[in-house]
Design a protein around this ligand. Structure first.
Ligand SMILES: Nc1ncnc2c1ncn2[C@@H]1O[C@H](COP(=O)(O)OP(=O)(O)O)[C@@H](O)[C@H]1O
Ligand SMILES: [Mg+2]
Ligand SMILES: [Zn+2]
Length: 259
């Protein structure tokens, strides 16, 4: 009875070749099997006996594909909700070329921020116009999205315009917008204090900061700390300084370097 059962259910096998696996050095037998039963009865498949490397490779490949899809999803989210200038689309950490010692240090500080990212530490990048504050901030989002973190880049002036637009019922509502801002792993708030800050602006800013308490944010500004404090008010300023590393980025305007 046993013999008959084995005969019925075990597939017909034919040895194709034996080889030594480059991955684990074991001798592997590659066999052709004919599927004995079921809907695929009679079909011939190849199977390796002796090592699991092919299986592992398959698992690694599917992990890679999953991660790629996740990364694409992150990037799609970023593109949908970010408010960012076109000129920054190509910005990466690699193509940032510091033009002074201060900016070299800034790039190093940004690099270690990415490496040690824990989702809670904030950065404040300050310095004059055109030194790459926005460029380096975008670079952080790109690196962290590749690691699977959800990131958002918002120019504060553009965000405020957007919020006002939502009052006219165009597209997404203010609540949706704030919800998105609240949940991302990293938010870049770019160009703080670039425009006149009314009471309304500072109230909105506080709402955003308050919603994100404990979550990583990168702030950039052209103002020095005294000007910033006056512009955003004391309450916002002290929020922005909690658990925040300050990175100085003064220097020449990079866009004018050729002239
Ligand atoms: N050191 C640099 N290396 C490469 N590109 C730079 C550098 N600094 C600035 N840029 C580019 O110059 C432009 C202005 O930089 P940006 O980051 O907007 O300056 P900031 O935000 O400090 O005013 C951007 O297009 C940016 O990509
Ligand atoms: Mg900028
Ligand atoms: Zn192997």
């Amino acid at each position: 009875m046993e013999a008959i059962k084995t005969h019925i259910t075990s597939p017909k096998q034919r040895l194709i070749k034996t080889y030594v696996c480059e991955g684990c050095n074991r001798t592997v037998e590659q066999k052709e099997l004919e599927i004995p039963i079921g809907p695929h009865k009679g079909e011939v498949i190849l199977a390796n006996y002796g090592c699991k490397c092919a299986d592992i490779k398959l698992a690694e490949e599917s992990k890679r594909i999953r991660e790629q899809l996740k990364k694409e999803k992150m990037e799609q989210f970023f593109d949908t909700y970010s408010l960012i200038n076109k000129s920054l689309h190509e910005a990466t950490l690699e193509n940032y070329q510091p033009t002074s010692e201060e900016l070299t240090k800034a790039k190093q500080a940004i690099t270690s921020y990415i490496q040690g990212f824990d989702g809670t530490e904030n950065l404040l990048l300050h310095g004059n116009y055109g030194t790459g504050k926005s460029h380096l901030s975008v670079s952080v989002t790109k690196k962290l999205m590749a690691k699977g973190y959800e990131c958002l880049f918002l120019s504060l002036p553009k965000l405020l315009t957007k919020i006002k637009e939502t009052y006219n019922n165009k597209g997404i509502t203010e609540d949706e917008l704030l919800e998105v801002i609240q949940h991302v792993d990293l938010l870049v708030l770019d160009d703080i204090g670039a425009e006149h800050h009314t009471e309304w602006v500072n109230a909105k800013l506080f709402e955003i900061l308050d919603d994100r308490a404990g979550k990583a944010t990168i702030y950039t500004t052209n103002l020095d700390s005294k000007e910033l404090k006056t512009r955003v008010n004391e309450r916002n300023f002290s929020r922005m300084m909690e658990n925040t590393k300050i990175i100085k980025m003064n220097g020449k305007d990079y866009r004018r370097k050729e002239f």
